[in-house]
Design a protein around this ligand. Structure first.
Ligand code: SAM
Length: 363
């Protein structure tokens, strides 16, 4: 396929996903209006046509960056078309059926409702809740099966392009410190990368395509999401990533072990003190010279004009730590842990922090 044709196919593919997500959101909110008259509905801030226009431009920009990163070889172009089709056909009807339960929970503000067979006792208190009002929170196979599709719809088909923005800084950070003539140089096979809160494994799958020889590791609190990740990752060639159930704030790994650590869409779901503990753990398990990349929601300081969207998000979805998150200074937190050379980026609805553990650091 010529490059122009591949790029066009990618654009059409993404537009198709965005249109599908839009249609889903329109139909479901019309249904909600029928079932539940607007007077009972949640008070959200109106989103102006300018904000919608701004979001469209940001969406176009991230797709262009996604294409450019593939074009310059950060990852193979095939990754741009990676979509869990089987899951889509299998679970989309369930996503629709689950909407009624989600709405009910939202309207009754119930956020600690779990199926009777789920034992929540061993989990931290901040985690024992129905984030997004989703059924069973993160604690059932049914939830794990629906999660990726729900996130794709929420982000108009651009959850994966947002996740993929960790790949260029990860690869470049690893090359800078651990390749060639660097005193810390190791072979590509010796590189170890950890994805914190790996969820259903989509970021690990992308890292595998980007660093085919590296040893990959994933940690998450949810056994159900790890099972789903294991299914996804065992389908792809290469060494199977090692998945462990554990708390990010007490990482079950030794000091100075990883060359790269990533963490996608976790920080907005944490109390502030836990955010700091996880950053400290990221520092501890990282080799001197290693690169740490956090990806999460945009913050208030970066886009005051998008505040209505940021204010609506915790109203629509159960996200009790989000309001604090959007004003939390993660650069300060990273510096407090010992990281240096901290830079940030924004793409579509996400923000990225890229930080280095000093090469001379001792834990
Ligand atoms: C919003 S999801 C993001 C998952 C994945 N990174 C992605 O890109 O879709 C948050 C994930 O963080 C996990 N999680 C939440 N708190 C955690 C903690 N303290 N330690 C480990 N995992 C945690 C949840 O189980 C869930 O899989």
């Amino acid at each position: 396929m010529s490059d122009t044709f591949t790029q066009l196919t990618y654009q059409v593919f993404q537009q198709g996903k965005a249109l599908f997500a839009l249609a889903h959101k329109n139909v479901s909110s019309q249904l909600l209006n029928l079932i539940d008259p607007p007077v009972n509905q949640l008070q959200t801030k109106p989103v102006s046509p300018e904000v919608i226009q701004n979001l469209r431009q940001r969406l176009d920009q991230i797709l262009e960056t996604d294409w450019q990163d593939a074009e310059r070889g950060v990852y193979p172009k095939s990754l741009l078309f990676d979509n869990p089709w089987e899951d889509f056909f299998h679970y989309y009807p369930e996503v629709c059926l689950d909407l009624a339960k989600t709405w009910q929970r939202r309207h009754q503000n119930q956020f600690q409702e779990f199926s009777p067979e789920i034992d929540t006792e061993d989990y931290p208190q901040y985690y024992r809740r129905n984030f997004h009002y989703q059924t069973d929170g993160y604690l059932s196979d049914a939830s794990a099966n629906l999660y990726d599709l729900q996130v794709e719809i929420l982000f108009s088909g651009s959850a994966d392009p947002m996740r993929r923005r960790v790949l260029a800084p990860l690869k470049e950070g690893l090359v800078e410190t651990f390749h060639g003539t660097s005193p810390h140089s190791v072979s590509p096979k010796q590189i170890r990368v950890l994805d914190i809160a790996c969820g259903t494994g989509r970021t690990l799958k992308m890292i595998r395509a980007t660093l085919p020889q590296a040893s990959l590791f994933g940690v998450d609190l949810s056994p159900a999401y790890l099972r789903k990740a294991n299914q996804l990752l065992s389908e792809i060639p290469g060494e199977l990533p090692q998945l462990v159930q554990g708390k990010a704030e007490e990482l079950p790994y030794r000091d100075n072990y990883f060359h790269g650590v990533t963490c996608v869409f976790l920080f907005h779901e944490l109390p502030p003190s836990v955010r700091q503990r996880i950053i400290n753990q990221g520092f501890r398990v990282m080799q001197p010279g290693g690169v740490f990349i956090i990806c999460d929601s945009i913050q208030a300081i970066d886009f005051p004009e998008l505040m209505p969207m940021m204010e609506n998000f915790p109203v629509m979805f159960h996200e009790p730590y989000y309001r604090n998150y959007i004003t939390d200074d993660l650069v300060e937190r990273l510096e407090a842990a010992g990281f240096e050379n901290i830079t940030t980026q924004n793409h579509f609805m996400s923000k990225y922090w890229i930080a280095r553990k000093p090469p001379e650091a001792t834990v």
